[in-house]
Design a protein around this ligand. Structure first.
Ligand code: E4P
Length: 216
């Protein structure tokens, strides 16, 4: 299973990369808007920090505009993957870009039907948004389970990136569903490290070690 980080913060990416657990990065316009500085420069810097796919999203809504933006973004670094929203023009753009050898990540996916369309168009990745589905009263992880099963049934090569992750439980459920990739916000990565028994265990080992030292 691959772990991507869902952020445009160079500081967070640098820290997560130093943990040795990072396989890629996903950004979006909202995440980039939280960071100071030029988005293009930020994306370039991110590509120097992680040796894996870095998703950068197009803004255009029409197919030709999406393709044009995608071609420019893909020139930033070989690891750039183009995020395209699941719309009719988006699906057309995915087909065109993949034929040009530019990898795409179809974003804003909320159903298995949408995921099938992305796979049929030849997308490299598809991103179902779990947290936003949960927020709207649906079980986001059910959609992930469906997509993983459908892709498996037909041997689609599109990889599922479980996105809009809000908690460590989402990461466990994504893994149990057999999703190949999960993109995780920095604060959730930090929470994944934590367990009160680990802290208590370290405390007890150190106290017991002190007892040995006092003997000598
Ligand atoms: C995924 O690629 C998106 O960047 C992200 O996961 C969206 O998450 P949100 O619903 O927390 O904004």
């Amino acid at each position: 299973m691959k772990f991507f980080i869902d952020t445009a913060s160079v500081k967070e990416i640098r820290e997560a990369a130093s943990m040795g657990i990072l396989d890629g990065v996903t950004t979006n316009p909202s995440l980039l808007s939280k960071e100071e500085g030029d988005p293009t420069a930020i994306l370039k810097e991110i590509c120097t920090l992680v040796d894996g796919p870095v998703s950068a999203e197009v803004i255009a809504l029409h197919k030709d505009g999406m393709v044009k933006e995608a071609v420019e973004l893909s020139k930033l670094h070989p690891n750039i993957v183009i995020k395209i929203p699941l719309t009719k023009p988006g699906v057309q753009a995915v087909r065109e870009l993949e034929e040009k050898g530019i990898r795409t990540n179809v974003t804003l996916v909320f159903s298995s039907n949408q995921a099938m369309l992305a796979a049929k168009a030849g997308a490299s990745y598809v991103s179902p948004f779990i947290g936003r589905l949960d927020d709207s009263g649906h079980v986001g992880m059910d959609v992930v389970r469906e997509i993983v099963a459908i892709y498996g049934n037909y041997g689609f090569e599109t990889e599922v990136i479980v996105a809009s992750v809000r908690s460590p439980l989402h990461v466990i459920d994504a893994a149990l569903a057999g999703a190949p990739i999960v993109t995780i916000p920095f604060k959730v990565i930090e929470l994944m490290f934590k367990h009160s028994l680990t802290d208590a265990g370290i405390k007890r080992f150190l106290e017991d070690w002190e007892k040995i030292k006092k003997r000598s």
